[in-house]
Design a protein around this ligand. Structure first.
Ligand code: AMP
Length: 558
């Protein structure tokens, strides 16, 4: 995948409605896989794409499918497009992505996966849906029951094909593909291309456009001295985790990369709330505003600049100590490009990457390209942060001692010494200094941040959401996150959410997983069996006296 020719979404041939949706989402430019895949898919060609989660591959196939379906009317039980995915978590995620991108187009999508009642899926299929996103086992069940008919299918997408094979779906895939018209368009996406995938491609794709990650492109030696660390952390916990990492690292100036404008604004707000001097930088800002931010950054008047790739292009600041990837960049080339901003002039720079456990493959691709190791670290605990702050205070006191000139204060100590032990006096004075320099915002941080252990993301079972092992031990429960459009600004505390869930939805609160309360929204983890009931109940309830929107967490924050 080459990044060479940059094109806009409009240049790729997407229509007005889809373009408006992408702008509203804050997407600034297509990712490499999107640049390469959208045109052939719009032309109706087959496609073989080597792409891992986190490259933007969902939009790469979703946008052309939506455009191709256009205004065609949906027919009962006969979808136009079928997307096959390995897990139910992915079925929900991909279906949510279709929903998001299809706003204003009138195209409908239905996820069908094992574990969910057939009845609900049958009603959805009967009603007529343009696109079905399914796990192979459940798709086959519906085919056998004749509640799904693939004879009108125009396109099939095999998403994460290698994972589907690893989970033993090879035979199911063959049966499903054989039930589709020969004239269909087929797109196959896979993070790896072992011979088994090549063989499926050989048999089921017609003269496909191929998008492959080139092997061994020698970028060795182009990376300056940079300490590279990654934290595996789930999306809902990222901001809190980043806060701690920044507290620990205390960067002189950090450039933090986000994917979208919305993400930039949200993160900049939240970090400002932690007491940092933060500026946002994205393509939605005027040149004048951007110049103002850059001037402040050069003049050391900011601690953190939160930016999109587009806006940060060409930034070159000497005292930039840290580059932070709030998400793994969509291509290894982009990673190399970003971290090249730090470690200038022979100084050691630091690159920090927050990766969703599902994006581990992207990290591997980067290591492969750069021939450098990225160390996987654990998110610092509040204790680590406290210890680090004490170190800073200690160093400041030490510096004062060495510099001398404190004689004028001895009289204070001597007077107090008549009453107190000198050690206690010194300790109280240090405490005063320490508390004065602590700043605000640190109290946000007593929350439990689960982190994923190395390798935990490899554990996945067919039709089970993939979950890492939490620090507190294995948690085999099947948890789903819901989004509640109210947070600390509305005065919401964890107890309010637990209370509402227990009382309004009549659900046992012991099943509740992690709760995150941000300024303008909250995320609650719940056993998937309770989710529908809770969403329904909370929608008609009030929290802190107000009605709030509640839905499954799509990871897209408005
Ligand atoms: P995926 O690889 O499909 O799982 O996508 C990873 C994430 O990137 C999702 O959260 C998308 O919303 C986001 N995304 C996809 N395309 C773009 C884009 N062109 N610009 C910014 N974010 C994007």
């Amino acid at each position: 995948m080459k990044e060479g020719v940059k094109r806009t979404f409009a240049e790729l041939g997407l229509g007005k409605e889809l373009l408006a949706g992408l702008t509203a989402l804050g997407y600034e430019e297509p990712t490499p896989i999107q640049t390469a895949a959208i045109v052939p898919l719009l032309e109706g060609r087959d496609l073989l794409g080597q792409a891992a989660t986190g490259t933007g591959k969902t939009a790469a196939f979703a946008l052309p499918l939506l455009q191709r379906i256009g205004k065609t009317k949906a027919v009962a039980n006969k979808p136009f497009a079928l997307v096959l995915v390995p897990t139910r978590e992915l079925a929900v995620q991909v279906s949510d992505a279709f929903h998001t991108y299809s706003k204003g187009t009138g195209v409908s999508v239905l996820p069908i996966y094992g574990g969910q009642e057939f009845r609900r899926q049958i009603i959805g299929l009967d009603r007529g849906t343009h696109i079905v996103v399914a796990t192979p086992g459940r798709a086959l069940d519906h085919l056998r029951r004749e509640t799904l008919d693939l004879s009108a299918l125009k396109s099939v997408v095999l998403d994460e094909a290698d994972e589907m094979l690893d989970m033993g779906f090879a035979e199911d895939l063959e049966l499903i593909l054989n039930a589709t018209p020969k004239s269909r368009q087929t797109a196959l996406f896979s993070a790896t291309l072992p011979p088994r995938i090549a063989s499926i491609a050989e048999r089921h794709l017609k003269d496909p456009a191929r998008i492959l990650i080139p092997r061994d492109k020698g970028t060795r030696g182009t990376i300056p001295k940079v300490r590279q660390t990654a934290y595996l952390i789930s999306r809902a916990q990222k901001i809190a985790a980043l806060g701690r990492v920044l507290d620990l690292e205390s960067p002189t100036l950090a450039l933090i990369f986000c994917r979208t404008r919305l993400e930039v604004d949200e993160l900049a707000d939240r970090l400002a709330g932690r007491g940092y001097r933060v500026e946002a930088l994205h393509g939605g800002m005027s040149q004048q505003e951007r110049d103002r931010v850059m001037k402040k950054a050069r003049g050391a008047m900011v601690d953190l600049v939160v930016a999109t790739d587009v806006a940060a292009r060409g930034i070159d600041i000497d005292h930039l100590t840290h580059v932070v990837n709030f998400n793994v960049p969509m291509s290894p080339e982009s990673y190399v490009h970003r971290i090249g901003r730090t470690g200038r002039a022979g100084r050691e720079g630091v690159a920090i990457t927050l990766a969703d456990p599902r994006e581990h493959r992207l990290l591997r691709n980067i290591e492969h390209l750069t021939k450098q190791k990225i160390e996987i670290a654990t998110v610092p605990t509040p204790m680590d942060v406290k210890a680090r702050r004490l170190d800073v205070t200690k160093a400041a006191v030490r510096e004062k001692l060495l510099a001398g000139g404190s004689d004028g204060f001895r009289v204070v100590v001597e007077t107090l010494a008549a009453e107190f032990d000198p050690m206690d006096i010194a300790a109280a004075a240090v405490r005063l200094v320490h508390e004065a320099s602590e700043g605000e915002g640190s109290n946000e941080d007593d929350m439990h941040i689960p982190t994923f252990e190395k390798g935990a993301h490899r554990q996945s079972a067919p039709e089970q959401p993939r979950r890492g092992q939490w620090n507190r031990g294995p948690d085999p429960r099947d948890l789903v996150r819901i989004y509640i459009a109210g947070g600390s600004r509305m005065g919401i505390r964890p107890a309010d959410l637990v209370g509402a869930i227990a009382n309004e939805a009549n659900v046992n609160p012991r099943g509740i997983g992690d709760i995150e309360i941000a300024e303008s929204f909250s995320i609650v983890e719940l056993p998937s069996a309770d989710v529908d009931q809770v969403i329904k109940a909370l929608r008609s309830a009030t929290i802190r006296g107000r009605k709030v929107k509640v839905h499954l967490d799509r990871g897209i924050r408005k």
